[in-house]
Design a protein around this ligand. Structure first.
Ligand code: SF4
Length: 467
C-alpha cells in the first residue's frame, strides 16, 4: 500500500490544481445530482423499491449458478453461442479469434465498463482490429486516447473547446466549439461506421435468465444500431448482471434510470433476443454471449459480496466528496468513486488499487443514494481491516492504531488518555504536531478537548468520584 498511496495522492493533487477539470467535475456532478433530486419526490415507494431490489439482487447472487445456466440454455436454444470467460485474457482472446475467423478488421462498440475492465480496445488494436466507440462521450475519450472518467458520462471532464480541438486534430479540419456542430460531425462519421461494420460489440445492463433477453439502457440509440445492424453481435456480460425474470426489469429499471440521469426512463431501453430467427429479416445472424468472471466469483459469498449488486448508475460518484474533487482518472482504475473504491481492489484481489478503500471520508452519502442500498462505510472499513490483516498497512500506522485501539477499548485507559490529551493539548499545536493526524490537521484545526468531559459531568451529577 505504501507505494500505491503516493500514486493516488499525486494524481489527486494534479486533478485538484487543474481549474478547468475542477469546473467540469463540479458542473457535471452537480447537474446529475440536481436531476436526481428533482425526480425523487415523484418516485413513490422509493424506499420499499430499494429494499426489494436489494433482496432481489442478493437472492440472484445466492443462486447465480442456476440463473447463469438458465440464461445460457435460453441463448443456445435460439442458436446463440455462450462462452464462459474466467478472466480478461480469455474474453479478449475469444473475440480476437472470432474476429480473425470472420476476417473482421473494423467493428463498432457501445459504451461498456466491462470492456474497459478487460482492456478490450487495446487488445483488439494490438491484433490489427479497429474498434470504434459509438457512444458520443466514449467516442470523445477514444479519440483523446483516454479512459472514461465517470460510469455514465465518460467525457464529462472535457469542455466543448477541448472536444472541438480533439475533433479538429482527428478530422484534420477546424471544427468550432459548438455542441451542435460537434454532434453533427460525430453523427455523420458514426453512421457510416454502423452501416459498414461486420461486427458489433455491446455490454449489457442486464440479462434475463428466464428468457435469455439482453437489456441495453441508452439515451443515444447507438446501442440499437450496434446490436442490430452488423451481421455478428458479441455481448459481454459481467456475470453478476443476470436477473431471474423478465418481470424483475420493471423494478430494476425504475431504480437505475432515475438514480443515473434523473429520468423516469431513458430514451431507449432495448430488449434483445439475438440472433435473428428463421422468419426474421433483420438483426444479427450470429450472436456470441461472453459471460465474464474476472474475479467476481472470488467476491461471491464473501464479506464484500454486496458490491456485486451494483447497478452501475453512478449516483454514488456524484455525491462523493472525494470524487467531486479528484474526478475519475485520479483513481487509476476502471471503476471509480465509492463503488470503484470497493470493487476495483476486490477484482484485483487487493493486489492493485489497494489505496482506493482509503479514498473515502466514510460520510455515507454514497450509501444513502445507492438504489440497492450497498452499505459502503461497512465495506470500506472492512477492506481497510483486511489490508491490516494482510500486513499491507504501513508499520507506523498499524502501531499507532493498535495503541489507540488498546487505549480506548478499556474505560480506565480511555479516561487516562483523555486526561493526557487535555494536559498536553497546547504542546500539540491544535493537533498539528500529533503524529497520526498531522497531515490531516495541516489544513484544518482539530477541535480542542472540552475543558470538562462527559464523564466528569456524569460523575459530578451522580455524586460519584471518577473511575
Ligand atoms: S454502488 Fe449503488 S449508487 Fe453506486 S453505481 Fe452502483 S448502484 Fe449506483
Amino acid at each position: 500500500m505504501a507505494n500505491r498511496i503516493p500514486d493516488l495522492l499525486l494524481r489527486s493533487e494534479r486533478a485538484i490544481s487543474d481549474s478547468q477539470l475542477q469546473r467540469a467535475i463540479d458542473f457535471a456532478t452537480s447537474r446529475l445530482r440536481d436531476h436526481r433530486a428533482k425526480i425523487m419526490p415523484r418516485m413513490k415507494g422509493w424506499e420499499e423499491m430499494r429494499e426489494q431490489a436489494r433482496e432481489l439482487r442478493l437472492h440472484t447472487l445466492a443462486h447465480l449458478d442456476e440463473y447463469l445456466e438458465a440464461l445460457e440454455r435460453k441463448v443456445m436454444q435460439r442458436g446463440g453461442h455462450v462462452f464462459w470467460a474466467r478472466d480478461a485474457g480469455e474474453a479478449t482472446q475469444y473475440i480476437i479469434e472470432l474476429a480473425s475467423r470472420r476476417r473482421v478488421r473494423d467493428l463498432v462498440k457501445t459504451k461498456s465498463m466491462v470492456t474497459e475492465e478487460i482492456g478490450l480496445n487495446k487488445s483488439l488494436e494490438q491484433n490489427g482490429i479497429h474498434p470504434v466507440e459509438t457512444d458520443l462521450g466514449e467516442y470523445i475519450v477514444q479519440l483523446a486516447g483516454e479512459t472514461p472518467s465517470h460510469l455514465i458520462a465518460p467525457a464529462f471532464h472535457k469542455s466543448k473547446e477541448q472536444v472541438a480541438e480533439i475533433f479538429s486534430r482527428h478530422f484534420g479540419t477546424s471544427i468550432p466549439a459548438e455542441v451542435k456542430t460537434i454532434m453533427g460531425v460525430a453523427r455523420k462519421e458514426l453512421r457510416g461506421k454502423f452501416l459498414a461494420a461486420p461486427m458489433g460489440i455491446t455490454g449489457a445492463n442486464f440479462a434475463v435468465a428466464e428468457t435469455g433477453t439482453l437489456v441495453l439502457v441508452t439515451n443515444e440509440g447507438n446501442g440499437r444500431l450496434t446490436s442490430f445492424l452488423p451481421p455478428i453481435l458479441v455481448s459481454i456480460l459481467g456475470m453478476e448482471k443476470v436477473v431471474p425474470r423478465l418481470a424483475d426489469l420493471e423494478l430494476l429499471l425504475n431504480l437505475l434510470v432515475p438514480s443515473a440521469t434523473g429520468q423516469r426512463l431513458t430514451t431507449y431501453v432495448s430488449l434483445l433476443s439475438p440472433p435473428r430467427g428463421p422468419h426474421e429479416t433483420r438483426g444479427p445472424q450470429e450472436f456470441h454471449l461472453i459471460i465474464l468472471d474476472n474475479g467476481r466469483s472470488s467476491i461471491l459469498g464473501g464479506p464484500f459480496a454486496d458490491i456485486l449488486t451494483c447497478l452501475r448508475c453512478g449516483a454514488c460518484l456524484n455525491v462523493c466528496p472525494v470524487y467531486q474533487k479528484i474526478g475519475g482518472h485520479s483513481y487509476g482504475a476502471t471503476y471509480t468513486g465509492p463503488m470503484g473504491a470497493v470493487l476495483s481492489p476486490l477484482l484485483s484481489e487487493l493486489k492493485n488499487h489497494d489505496s482506493l478503500p482509503h479514498a473515502s471520508t466514510l460520510c455515507g452519502a454514497c450509501a444513502e443514494v445507492c438504489p440497492v442500498k450497498i452499505p459502503f462505510p461497512d465495506l470500506l472499513i472492512g477492506l481497510r481491516q483486511s489490508q491490516v490483516r494482510q500486513g499491507k498497512a504501513p508499520f507506523g500506522q498499524s502501531l499507532v492504531f493498535s495503541l489507540w485501539s488498546w487505549l480506548w477499548s478499556h474505560s480506565r485507559r480511555y479516561a487516562f488518555s483523555a486526561r493526557l490529551a487535555r494536559a498536553f493539548w497546547p504542546l500539540l499545536g491544535n493537533g498539528r504536531k500529533f503524529p497520526v493526524v498531522s497531515g490531516w490537521a495541516s489544513g484544518r484545526d482539530l477541535p480542542p478537548p472540552a475543558p470538562r468531559t462527559f464523564r466528569d459531568l456524569w460523575h459530578e451529577r451522580n455524586g460519584r468520584s471518577r473511575g
